[in-house]
Design a protein around this ligand. Structure first.
Ligand SMILES: *[C@@H]1O[C@H](CO)[C@@H](O)[C@H](O)[C@H]1NC(C)=O
Ligand SMILES: *[C@@H]1O[C@H](CO)[C@@H](O)[C@H](O)[C@H]1NC(C)=O
Ligand SMILES: *[C@@H]1O[C@H](CO)[C@@H](O)[C@H](O)[C@H]1NC(C)=O
Ligand SMILES: *[C@@H]1O[C@H](CO)[C@@H](O)[C@H](O)[C@H]1NC(C)=O
Ligand SMILES: *[C@@H]1O[C@H](CO)[C@@H](O)[C@H](O)[C@H]1NC(C)=O
Ligand SMILES: *[C@@H]1O[C@H](CO)[C@@H](O)[C@H](O)[C@H]1NC(C)=O
Ligand SMILES: CC(=O)N[C@H]1CO[C@H](CO)[C@@H](O)[C@@H]1O
Length: 513
């Protein structure tokens, strides 16, 4: 007994833990708590000492509606007596599923416009808090090919009418001012960051409706080749600027081209036209270029089109050969079951599924667009990420990394929320609960981690689990409800650990296998 006490005391004295972390500087705003950062201060999460918890110990990070933000404490296996009816969550590291690719957000024009509106030192804090080792350790970025609605004007890289030889192709001023500089700073912090790109539309002269948006604007068949040349020029120009693109999608949200009165930049595809374009143009042309390792991702759109759209495309064996995975967006997920993704996975288990766009504030009824401090919006993120992980997702990519208090700029007034909102008047930025929801995964579940089994059948506690390349188990739990309660986390090699989950709390639990 005395020996145990001495050991505990020594552990306490020599375990520096997270003492050098910068804590959240909380500010209560309209909808809840944000953490305030400026040119000289931002909360962070440095590595623990020791980095991997000693045998028998778990590191336990908690963020809660009540205001904790990645608050670190420790718990110990086999040190509690749970009552007989305490719910048990059993981790089974021997049942393994998909390998995780990463987490991140999008370098839209608006993201760069907002970052640029802060001092250089505050800009660096933003990039660090997302991509740095003490920040979220983001490992993925989405780079739009040309403009999106989160730009101040509609444009592509070749808006000269009928420029079939692409003589006037060039990156836009926006690339040089608002995207490339910040992307490069992210690469400096994490050289392993991978970039995924999507075009919202081909140049309007390549399209059947001669517009950058509007109904039923398909790619004209005579420009199937030209459009691949256009995309390859984009890959080349970004490479020339020091940015390698890991994958491109067949185009952002093609089904919006079937929605009347939608003003979003968009180009239509059907499963048949896209499979022909990939099979006979995009696939072989990329393969024969220096960008032969660039992955092609299907869909880049809402999950309701699955699994049939993928099944249709995969009927064309050449298209199937060239497609590496399916990109999906979350916007209609409340109406569908993510078991759709299991069906999509089962169509062709060698093709991955990646969630490539999500944001809150996007529904017509969401007002205000930016709800500063909203815990509910952070909860939407964490519950979605858990579900995507439990249904074969290899990653989760947020929409705009940074917006302003209006939720823009956006040239069609399609304002939404983002995890970081800038306040240029005071040279500050606000980190919302959504930022921490993503960080509970991105900071701990590094690339190459494998999802493992954990039961996810409690009504109030959602769960997912991973084993990392350095053989740590990482479990993420969310208590959806307004009371605290006990759960037992049971590991076959380590035994039980008792956890009291705070109401509305995100919990990341880490231990050595
Ligand atoms: C930046 O934030 C820190 C921590 O809140 C504060 O001490 C400091 O005064 C702030 N700096 C400025 C210029 O506001
Ligand atoms: C992370 O934080 C620790 C502790 O504050 C500090 O010593 C280290 O330099 C930081 N590392 C980076 C990459 O910023
Ligand atoms: C936050 O962590 C500290 C240990 O670092 C712990 O003493 C404290 O109880 C935690 N706070 C809550 C509310 O869990
Ligand atoms: C891919 O392109 C690189 C660089 O251009 C080339 O060296 C390599 O041989 C190509 N690989 C294949 C499989 O064609
Ligand atoms: C940049 O900041 C200024 C205030 O410092 C503000 O008036 C302006 O609207 C901001 N720009 C954008 C695009 O938000
Ligand atoms: C939940 O899952 C666990 C492990 O798979 C199982 O033992 C338990 O009976 C299940 N509980 C309910 C309520 O279905
Ligand atoms: C483990 C667990 O389910 N914890 C609690 C989360 O909060 C709700 C509040 O209603 C409880 O019912 C849960 O039991």
């Amino acid at each position: 007994m005395e020996y145990t006490k001495t050991l505990l005391l020594l552990t306490f004295l020599f375990n520096k833990g997270n003492t050098q972390a910068n804590d959240c500087v909380p500010r209560e705003l309209d909808f809840g708590i944000v953490c305030v950062c400026n040119a000289t201060y931002c909360d962070d999460t440095p590595d623990n000492d020791p980095k991997i918890p000693e045998s028998g110990t778990v590191y336990w990070y908690v963020s809660s509606k009540s205001g904790l933000r990645l608050n670190l404490s420790q718990a110990h296996f086999n040190s509690c007596e749970a009552s007989y009816n305490t719910p048990v969550l059993t981790v089974d590291p021997s049942r393994r599923y998909q390998t995780i690719f990463g987490f991140g957000g999008a370098f839209t024009d608006s993201t760069g416009i907002n970052i640029k509106n802060l001092s250089r030192a505050a800009q660096d804090q933003i990039i660090r808090t997302y991509f740095g080792r003490n920040g979220s350790r983001y490992s993925l970025g989405r780079i739009p090919i040309g403009g999106t609605d989160f730009s101040t004007r509609p444009y592509t890289y070749d808006d000269s009418p009928s420029d079939v030889l692409l003589r006037y192709f060039s990156l836009a001023p926006e690339d040089y001012k608002y995207k490339i500089p910040y992307i490069r700073r992210a690469i400096e912090l994490n050289p392993d960051v991978r970039f995924f790109s999507s075009a919202w539309s081909a140049p309007s002269w390549m399209k059947t409706n001669h517009r950058i948006n509007g109904l039923l604007g398909f790619l004209e068949r005579k420009y199937y080749r030209t459009y691949v040349d256009y995309l390859i020029k984009f890959l080349q120009e970004y490479k020339n600027n020091g940015i390698d693109i890991w994958g491109i999608s067949t185009g952002n949200e093609p089904t919006n081209a079937f929605v009347p009165f939608d003003r979003l930049n968009v180009m239509a595809w059907t499963p048949r036209t896209v499979s022909e374009w990939v099979a006979d143009y995009a696939g072989p042309m990329l393969e024969n270029s220096e960008f032969n390792r660039t992955k092609i991702l299907l869909l880049d759109d809402q999950i309701f089109e699955l699994p049939w759209a993928a099944a249709k495309v995969f009927q064309n064996p050449k298209a199937k050969h060239y497609i590496s995975g399916t990109a999906v967006h979350w916007y209609l997920d409340q109406f569908f079951s993510l078991s759709i993704l299991d069906d999509t996975h089962n169509l062709s288990p060698d093709k991955f599924i990646l969630m490539t766009e999500a944001c809150t504030g996007a529904n017509i009824l969401d007002n205000p667009k930016v709800a500063l401090g909203s815990w509910e919006r952070g909860q939407e993120y964490v519950l979605s990420i858990i579900e995507y992980m439990n249904h074969w997702g290899i990653g989760w990519i947020d929409w705009n990394l940074v917006l302003n208090r209006q939720g823009g700029p956006n040239w069609i007034d399609n304002y939404v929320d983002a995890p970081i909102i800038v306040n240029p008047e005071t040279d500050e930025f606000f980190k919302q609960p959504m930022y921490y929801a993503l960080k509970h995964f991105s900071r701990f579940v590094e690339r190459g981690s494998v999802r493992i089994n954990i039961n996810n059948n409690l009504s109030n506690v959602k769960s997912t689990a991973f084993v990392t390349p350095s053989n740590e188990v990482v479990v993420v739990l969310y208590n959806k409800s307004n009371r605290e309660e006990d759960v037992v986390l049971e590991d076959p090699n380590n035994g039980p650990v008792c956890l009291k989950l705070l109401p509305y709390s995100i919990n990341t639990i880490i231990y050595a296998q």
